[in-house]
Design a protein around this ligand. Structure first.
Ligand code: SF4
Length: 292
C-alpha cells in the first residue's frame, strides 16, 4: 500500500476559502443566490453550489435583460475573490440585489490603493493579464491606468507616457498572482524612464508558498499526485513543477481520476491547487492508501 506524504501547504488559499464559505452561508440562508461568474475553478465545488440552488450570473447579463426583468430584485449576489469594478457594484445595487462581497482582502487593498494613487495625481501602471477579472476590476478604480502584461509592454507604455508627461509621478500595481520576479522585471523597465516609480507591494505569496512546499515534497517521494481542476492555472503549474523535478506526476480532479500505475510507488506525494477543497483532497488521499 503506498504511503501518502502531504505537502506542508496546499489547497484553498485564504481568499478562496473565505469566498466558498460565504457562498455556502448565503445558500443555507435561503432565497435566490447568485455568484457573479463561476466562484472558483473547481467542478466539485461548482456542482455543490448548484445543488444548493446557487446560480451563476455572468457580468454581461448586468448590461442586459436580467435587470429589466427585475430578476435580481431581492436576490443575493456574491462577488468572488477576484473582485469587480465599482461600476458593476453600482449596477447590482440599481437592480435591487443584495451584495455579499467576497473580494479577497488582498485584492480589495490593491483596489483601494489604485484609487488613492490615481486620485492623488499619480500615473498608474497595472501589471497583469488584460482580460483577467481581477485586472478588469482594478481598472474600474483607476480608469486611466495602463495595463502591461510583461516587461516588453511595460517598456512601450513607459516610453509612451514619457513622451506625453515626462517627469510625472508614477506607481506600479500588479495582479496578486503574478510572480515576484516578473513584477520586478516590469518595474525595472518602467524605472528606465521613471526612476522614482513607486512599486506597490501588490503580490500575494499564496501560489509561491504552495510551489515551494511542493518542491520540498518532491525531495521526499517517488511520485506525485496534484489534486485540482484542469482549468486551474495554478494547479497545472504545480504539475509542471513536479514533472520538471523529474517525478512521475498526475493531476486528479477527483479520486476517480487516480490511475493504477500509482501502485508501483511506495511513497507518493500529495499536493493541491489553490481551488481544491479539503474534502476532495481527503478523498484522493484515502483512495491512494487503498491501492495495494
Ligand atoms: S491567491 Fe492570494 S490574493 Fe488571490 S484569492 Fe488567494 S489569498 Fe487572495
Amino acid at each position: 500500500m503506498p504511503q501518502v506524504i502531504r505537502a506542508r501547504l496546499m489547497g484553498f488559499c485564504m481568499g478562496v476559502r473565505r469566498a466558498v464559505e460565504m457562498a455556502m452561508e448565503a445558500a443555507e440562508a435561503g432565497g435566490r443566490v447568485y455568484t457573479l461568474g463561476p466562484l472558483i475553478h473547481n467542478p466539485q465545488v461548482l456542482d455543490s453550489l448548484a445543488n444548493l440552488g446557487v446560480g451563476v450570473l455572468e457580468e454581461e447579463a448586468l448590461l442586459g435583460p436580467a435587470l429589466n426583468q427585475g430578476k435580481l430584485r431581492g436576490a443575493t449576489v456574491l462577488i468572488r475573490a477576484h473582485g469587480v469594478s465599482p461600476g458593476i457594484e453600482a449596477r447590482l445595487r440599481e437592480a435591487g440585489a443584495f451584495i455579499k462581497d467576497a473580494t479577497c482582502p488582498r485584492v480589495k487593498a490593491n483596489q483601494i490603493k489604485a484609487r488613492a494613487l490615481s486620485e492623488g495625481g499619480c500615473r498608474l501602471f497595472l501589471a497583469g493579464e488584460k482580460r483577467h477579472a481581477e485586472i478588469i476590476g482594478i481598472q474600474g478604480y483607476a480608469p486611466s491606468c495602463r495595463v502591461v502584461a510583461d516587461p516588453v509592454e511595460a517598456a512601450e507604455a513607459a516610453a509612451e507616457l514619457f513622451r506625453e508627461a515626462g517627469g510625472a509621478r508614477t506607481a506600479l500595481l500588479g495582479q496578486t498572482t503574478m510572480s515576484v520576479e516578473e513584477y520586478r522585471a516590469i518595474g525595472e523597465e518602467i524605472r528606465l524612464k521613471f526612476p522614482d516609480l513607486v512599486m506597490v507591494d501588490a503580490i500575494c505569496g499564496a501560489s509561491r508558498d504552495r510551489q515551494d512546499a511542493l518542491t520540498e515534497l518532491c525531495a521526499q517521494v517517488e511520485a506525485v499526485i496534484i489534486a485540482g481542476g484542469r482549468e486551474s492555472a495554478n494547479t497545472r503549474r504545480l504539475l509542471s513543477i513536479a514533472q520538471s523535478l523529474g517525478k512521475p506526476a498526475w493531476l486528479a480532479e477527483s479520486a476517480d481520476d487516480l490511475i493504477d500505475e500509482i501502485r508501483a510507488y511506495s511513497r507518493v506525494g500529495l499536493s493541491a491547487g489553490a481551488s481544491s477543497p479539503d474534502w476532495v483532497i481527503e478523498a484522493i488521499e484515502r483512495r491512494i492508501q487503498c491501492l495495494g
